[in-house]
Design a protein around this ligand. Structure first.
Ligand code: ADE
Length: 283
């Protein structure tokens, strides 16, 4: 057995298929953490040109919407052929455990359920994901119904704004999922402190961070961080996290379970004139 650097674990590996009419969008997946994970074989990413499954000279992927209205809708036949062919390639080899016969299909769309850290974690545990990037007004709904009868299909939105297509949303999701795979992040603890990771700081935004020098352009690093007093530092970080969450995401702060607040937290929230927990329905 070859020696591995301390802390690095073997990975079960994940297969990721992405179908798009703009495969060039996915060049960033060659670099950084995801690129390295691909080189190591932790991630088997396969990018496909949807137009390869068309049969006409113009390689048509869209048509006018039934019922009228603006824009174009992506044709079901081409998507059906693409997805069938990718599934027929079979699951990735080299994974641990029983290989999945079918992928979980993800369709990025502003009409989908919100993509959250919780969903990223759920998807990071899957052996095989297939992302279907829609353009124009979206993909004919029968495609989702057809595959939804045979495998899990999720329509997911990365936020309340409309992009020109699903490609950038897939890059966002792949990065959020990829960094959770064992062995992808250099430091195994890096994902633990994430603002939306489960744990004591769950649903609290991370506070400000500092590095050397201790004074930069007259701005000083908060003294407590230089004190070496771990208890005081942890308390200060929690205060800053609470302050930032109240200021930037009051709806997240309001949803904090009051049971998870200590005396000091409650005093700080009082000072900020912020109330946590469900509204008193009697008033
Ligand atoms: N496609 C277009 N807009 C999108 C969004 N906000 N999330 C996911 N996919 C999209």
């Amino acid at each position: 057995m070859t020696a591995r650097p301390h802390g690095e674990r073997t990975s079960p590996g994940m297969r990721l298929d992405i179908v798009s009419i703009f495969p060039e969008y996915f060049a960033p997946l060659d670099v950084s953490l995801i690129g390295k994970a691909r080189e190591r074989g932790t991630l088997d990413v396969r990018i496909h040109q949807l137009r390869d499954w068309t049969h006409d000279v113009h390689k048509t992927v869209d048509d006018t919407p039934y019922g009228g209205g603006p824009g174009m809708v992506m044709k079901p036949e081409v998507w059906g052929e693409a997805i069938d062919a990718i599934i027929a390639e079979g699951p990735a080899v080299g994974g641990v455990g029983a290989p999945a016969a079918t992928p979980r299909i993800i369709v990025p769309t502003p009409s989908g359920r919100p993509f959250t850290q919780e969903i990223a974690q759920e998807l990071a545990a899957e052996p095989w994901l297939l992302f279907a990037c829609g353009r124009y007004e979206g993909i004919d709904s029968r495609v989702m119904r057809e595959y939804g009868a045979r495998m899990r299909v999720d329509e997911l939105s990365i936020g309340d704004y409309v992009l020109a297509g699903g490609e950038v949303a897939v890059l966002v999701m792949v990065e959020a999922i990829g960094r959770l795979l064992p062995g992808v992040l250099g430091n195994v603890h890096s994902a633990v402190d994430d603002s939306f990771a489960p744990g004591a700081m769950r649903n609290l935004l991370e506070g400000p961070v500092y590095t050397k020098p201790p004074v930069w352009r007259g701005h000083e690093v908060p003294e407590v961080l230089l004190s070496g007093h771990h208890g005081k530092i942890a308390r200060w970080r929690r205060d800053e996290a609470l302050r930032r969450t109240v200021a930037n995401r009051p709806e997240l702060a309001a949803a904090i379970d009051p049971e998870t607040l200590d005396k000091h937290d409650r005093k700080l929230l009082d000072e900020l004139a912020f109330r946590v927990g469900p509204e008193d329905m009697a008033n």
